[in-house]
Design a protein around this ligand. Structure first.
Ligand SMILES: [Zn+2]
Ligand SMILES: [Zn+2]
Length: 349
């Protein structure tokens, strides 16, 4: 089969490799129809990741067809359409047993320790079949659309941690695909007002069209903290979610959030990023809750597929670029250029 193999920093080689075989009696082989590019794939490509040992096939926003099943697999059969989430709970540690597999210290994931979706076929081992996020794709969704369930699952996790309440004002900083999904989902969950903060003008339009934001603040034109305070009668927002890899936004979030507000640090920062000076008196006097949000657990991924099938998030609108596997470098460049939204690779075209 053909696979894009990550062989080291900045080295992505499309080549023929042996077809995968069933790793064990409870495993699957998938034919990958669509695998979307995630910001973390690009970070792995440029900077590596301690959980990825080259040579490895990366890619974790996957929609595929089951082409082989181990004799002990009951939940899937050949021909099933499935989508997968990234994080795979180990099933053994305290966090995994408590349904918090994204906090697992080992943190197994597809496209990290386990082979990913930038290949024509991929094996899915028994741990993933048993504990991971492998779910049937609802009939309403295409393979391309189903790839969005992975990032949407992460957004659901972030919103759960925000304790969003009916009538809240929500600020989302960063109008990339995840940011826009967070905006739309926040509204669906009961936010009265949704404000988007974004630097590039190209993405401001997406914040309105895909995210449905009421107020769009371009940081090239205006100070985001002042703008949010002005738009909220000086009170600030009930929930602020940072969906961009920028340390500056973490500090801005503290200043634009209302008393008793919640801040979710959704977007991670590149390793080696500076730590922020936390104005702890702001947290003290405003009684703030600050939380992080990382990945998702299988129930988030399953719920994401159902939400997509209902059309709450118009998945088709998010997919702006499609590439065959041979052009994976162009696909990465398109995703990195922030021109569009989701970039999807079709390994079997
Ligand atoms: Zn992802
Ligand atoms: Zn675990």
């Amino acid at each position: 089969m053909k696979a894009a193999v990550f062989e080291g920093l900045e080295q992505m080689v499309v080549k023929d490799v042996p077809d995968p075989e069933l790793p064990d009696d409870e495993s699957l082989i998938l034919k990958v129809h669509a695998c979307a590019v995630c910001g973390s794939d690009i970070r792995i490509f440029h900077h590596g990741n301690p959980r990825v040992t080259p040579p490895q096939v990366i890619g974790h926003e996957i929609a595929a067809e089951v082409v082989a099943v181990g004799p002990k697999v009951a939940r899937f059969k050949v021909g099933d359409r499935v989508a997968t989430g990234a994080d795979v709970p180990c099933g053994e540690c305290r966090w995994c047993r408590e349904g918090l597999g994204n906090n697992c210290a080992t943190n197994y994931a597809i496209g990290y320790q386990f082979p990913g979706g930038f290949a024509q076929y991929m094996p899915v081992n028994s741990m993933t079949v048993r504990y991971g996020a492998v779910h049937h794709i609802p009939p309403e969704l295409t393979y391309d659309e189903a790839t969005l369930a992975e990032p949407l699952g992460c957004c659901i996790n972030g919103l759960e941690l925000s304790s969003l309440r009916l009538g809240d004002t929500v600020v989302v900083i960063g109008a990339g695909p995840a940011g826009c999904m967070l905006m739309r989902l926040a509204r669906w969950q009961g936010a009265l007002r949704v404000l988007a903060v974004q630097r590039s003008r190209a993405r401001l339009a997406y914040a309105r069209r895909l995210g449905g934001a009421d107020v769009v603040i371009c940081t090239q034109d205006a100070d985001p903290v002042e703008s949010v305070l002005r738009a909220t009668n000086g009170e600030g927002a009930d929930v602020v979610i940072t969906a961009i890899a920028s340390v500056q936004t973490h500090m801005q979030a503290l200043r634009m959030v209302a008393s008793r507000g919640r801040i979710v640090l959704f977007g991670g920062l590149p390793k080696g990023s500076p730590s922020i000076p936390l104005e702890s008196n702001l947290v003290h006097y405003k009684e703030l809750l600050i939380t992080g949000s990382h990945g998702s657990v299988p129930r988030h991924h399953r719920l994401a597929l159902e939400i997509l099938a209902r059309g709450v998030i118009n998945a088709e609108d998010y997919i702006t670029h499609r590439f065959p596997l041979d052009r994976i470098k162009d696909a990465f460049a398109a995703a990195e250029g922030h021109q569009g939204m989701k970039v999807v690779i079709h390994p079997n075209e």
